[in-house]
Design a protein around this ligand. Structure first.
Ligand code: NI
Length: 169
């Protein structure tokens, strides 16, 4: 397994729409393992394929019950689709592609998702709270959306200023 380099905002690949996976090859399964390894090494709660430069609809996530069990259950979801979303919650998020910034984002509190595993087997998930947020954050990546896009214009401007300052350092 390989730890892959993670692309950083404002890389333009992070803004593309990723393609549906049609073929479930051994290479795809190996790539899923590399993504899990990369996520755990970072460490992060989730990772989407475009963050490592591959524009396909695949994400991996820490699906542990709580933070204390981090890494005990890591899932790969191929072609994830939201089948139900309800409730609202504010949750503090960061992103492996967005350096040194965290902010509270308004998300659905509960999410049902159907997906396939790296071998093409269909399954579904029903999560609330932290894991529902991870799913929304990672599925956003497949459509070129970053968590900072959900913030108010004022917060986005403050963030952009911080980014410029940091890039001059
Ligand atoms: Ni992210």
């Amino acid at each position: 397994m390989t730890v892959l380099p993670i692309l950083k905002h404002p890389n333009s690949l992070l803004r593309q729409k990723s393609a549906q996976v049609e073929e479930f090859t051994p290479e795809l399964a190996a790539f899923a393992e590399d993504m899990k390894e990369t996520m755990l090494a970072a460490p992060g709660a989730g990772l989407a394929a475009p963050q490592v430069g591959k524009l396909i609809r695949m994400i991996v996530m820490d699906a542990s019950d709580d933070d204390a069990d981090y890494g005990s259950t890591v899932l790969a979801l191929v072609n994830p689709e939201i089948t139900l979303s309800e409730g609202k919650m504010l949750y503090e998020e960061g992103c492996l592609s967005v350096n040194d910034y965290k902010a509270k984002v308004k998300r659905f509190a509960r999410l049902q998702v159907k997906a396939q595993d790296a071998c093409g087997q269909p399954f579904s998930l029903d999560y609330e709270g932290r894991r529902a947020v991870i799913l929304q954050h990672e599925i956003d990546h497949l459509d070129g959306v970053l968590f900072i896009d959900h913030l108010s214009r004022l917060k986005q401007e403050l963030y952009n200023r911080q980014l410029k300052r940091n890039s001059k350092k």
